[in-house]
Design a protein around this ligand. Structure first.
Ligand code: GAP
Length: 489
């Protein structure tokens, strides 16, 4: 697994320096594994969201979106199995008191072995770990850690506790009065957005007159008390998911699972990424609700890692909600079953889920875009950092730059801004040389810059400069808007 931690560090620094991502609550020294999106980061994130939302809902006539509340009735999490099963095996180092997720501890050790050229041993350890995890063999996991002399990176010792399960859900209290047993008021911050879709399945199906197969999509925050939250926005405690539950007839799950695997990979590739940077990873240990599951992994600078999950969730969730709520979660299918000649009738639908982390997708787009270019010539040394975002995702689409701050050039530039800003995000700047302004726009990934100069006053033309090729050409002001609109479609 080729990793480039130097490249990763550069991306993290760039995100901070250019207003994409700041450490959360930085003035108080930050809050571990919590990040704030800055002025350009929030634009990029919104564009990714819109691209996903439009591809899922507008481009699929049988998928609609909802926006459910983060707080859900606590029984939701009993029914979904999260109270009993949403656990990770953890181990504590007795000397440093630091807690680790067992799989992360072993994976990090394996990554170190790989970087030091010992890939065969690393793979052996990883495959032992996977089979022990699949069997919930905690004694075996502890033995593996001890046998391989895996150390805590703080104390440097191998003095470990037993492996134990910890629930990943955050809880808080609802309302102002504490109840006698203190438990009645407990609510959870949702660990996945999916349950908001399941509890609204019938509301949407009935009011939207939806016919199976159909999907419900949602974008929203999710919260997990990740013990080892690390690798920048890759693993956070507060993050955003873009999920879609696709309701289908029982028995058709294999076919729809394959359909959504292909469809989601197509979506990723539509952003111009090469297929070599993606791969599927089938789950060995299935979540409590799934009969098949895989990850779409992307080749991040930290190696191939999960960005999206495709899960065949059976009828587990709807069945559980039916049992716990005592409300029917059934659908009446009046299509004719060819085998019997009769309607399919009442059933609890099966579900295929696609679930992508918005923050991971952000990191993917950023990793893909970040480029360092050597522009040196025989005369001088030069270089630039450019974010080669797909134009439709770029935070800013067009920068409008008057050559000088006088002689009527700013007024013309302002007029261009006024004509374009209702159609796409524009940016006006008149400070510094044009060269410096171009470089600043490269660093935040703006695909087009136009310079207004003295010739503009004579013939209504501007110089358009393309971010990736740095090519410049003269175009009429009139044609500018269409050029940008065509590129960001
Ligand atoms: N509803 C299914 C579900 O939540 P998951 O594989 O646990 O499945 C789906 O999560 C996606 O959410 C992952 O593929 C990942 O992109 C994102 N994700 C999960 N935990 C995350 C975390 N702690 N920080 C950032 N993204 C996370």
């Amino acid at each position: 697994m080729a990793t480039d931690s130097n490249q990763f560090q550069k991306i993290i620094s760039h995100c901070k320096e250019y207003g994409f991502i700041f450490p959360g609550s930085e003035i108080y020294d930050g809050q571990q594994a919590v990040y704030d999106y800055g002025q350009w980061g929030s634009e990029l994130k919104k564009n990714i969201k819109d691209y996903w939302w439009d591809s899922m809902t507008r481009m699929h006539e049988n998928i609609v979106g909802i926006d459910a509340a983060i707080f859900m009735h606590p029984t939701t999490w009993k029914a979904s199995g999260h109270i009993d099963n949403f656990n990770d095996p953890m181990i504590d180092n007795k000397d440093s008191k630091k807690r680790y997720r067992v799989d992360h501890l072993i994976e990090t050790f394996a990554e170190e072995l790989t970087s030091s050229g010992n890939e065969i041993l690393a793979n052996e350890i990883l495959s032992s770990m996977e089979s022990l995890l699949a069997k919930d063999d905690f004694l075996g996991l502890k033995k593996l850690i001890e046998d391989k002399k895996i150390k805590c990176n703080i104390s440097g010792t191998c003095n470990w506790t037993d492996v134990r399960q910890f629930n990943l859900m955050f809880s808080t209290e609802f309302g102002s009065t504490a109840s006698e047993n203190g438990e009645d008021n407990i609510v959870y911050l949702r660990p996945e957005t999916a349950q908001g879709i399941f509890v609204n399945f019938l509301n949407v199906q009935k009011t939207g007159r939806m016919k199976i197969p159909f999907g419900i999509a949602q974008i929203g925050k999710a919260f997990r008390n990740e013990i080892v939250a690390r690798q920048f926005i890759f693993r956070m405690r507060e993050f955003e998911q873009m999920e879609m539950q696709f309701f289908i007839r029982p028995g058709t799950q294999k076919q729809w699972y394959e359909f959504w695997k292909a469809e989601r990979l197509k979506w990723h590739l539509s952003l111009g990424t090469s297929t070599d940077n993606y791969r599927f990873h089938d789950h060995i240990k299935l979540a409590h609700y799934a009969d098949a599951a895989c990850d779409i992994e992307y080749n991040f600078p930290i190696g191939f890692k999960e960005v999206e999950g495709i899960h065949s969730r059976t009828d587990f969730d709807l069945k559980q909600h039916q049992e716990f709520s005592k409300k029917k979660m059934q659908y009446f299918d009046n299509d004719i079953d060819e085998a019997t000649g009769k309607p399919f009738g009442n059933y609890i639908p099966y579900v295929i889920e696609t679930s992508i982390g918005l923050d991971r997708m952000f990191l993917l787009v950023m990793s893909q875009a970040y480029t360092e270019e050597d522009l040196s010539t025989a005369e001088k040394q030069d270089s630039r950092v450019v974010l080669k975002f797909p134009a439709k995702l770029a935070p800013l689409k067009l920068a409008v730059l008057p050559l000088v701050k006088k002689d009527g050039l700013p007024e013309i530039a302002r007029k261009i801004m006024d004509d374009c800003k209702s159609s796409f995000r524009c940016f006006y700047e008149e400070k510094d040389t044009i060269g410096k302004r171009y470089r600043r726009m490269d660093a935040i990934g703006t695909p087009f810059c136009v310079t207004v100069d003295y010739q503009t006053k004579e013939d209504n033309t501007v110089t358009i400069r393309y971010r990736d090729s740095m090519k410049q050409e003269r175009i009429s002001i009139e044609s500018l808007k269409d050029i940008v609109l065509l590129a960001i479609r």
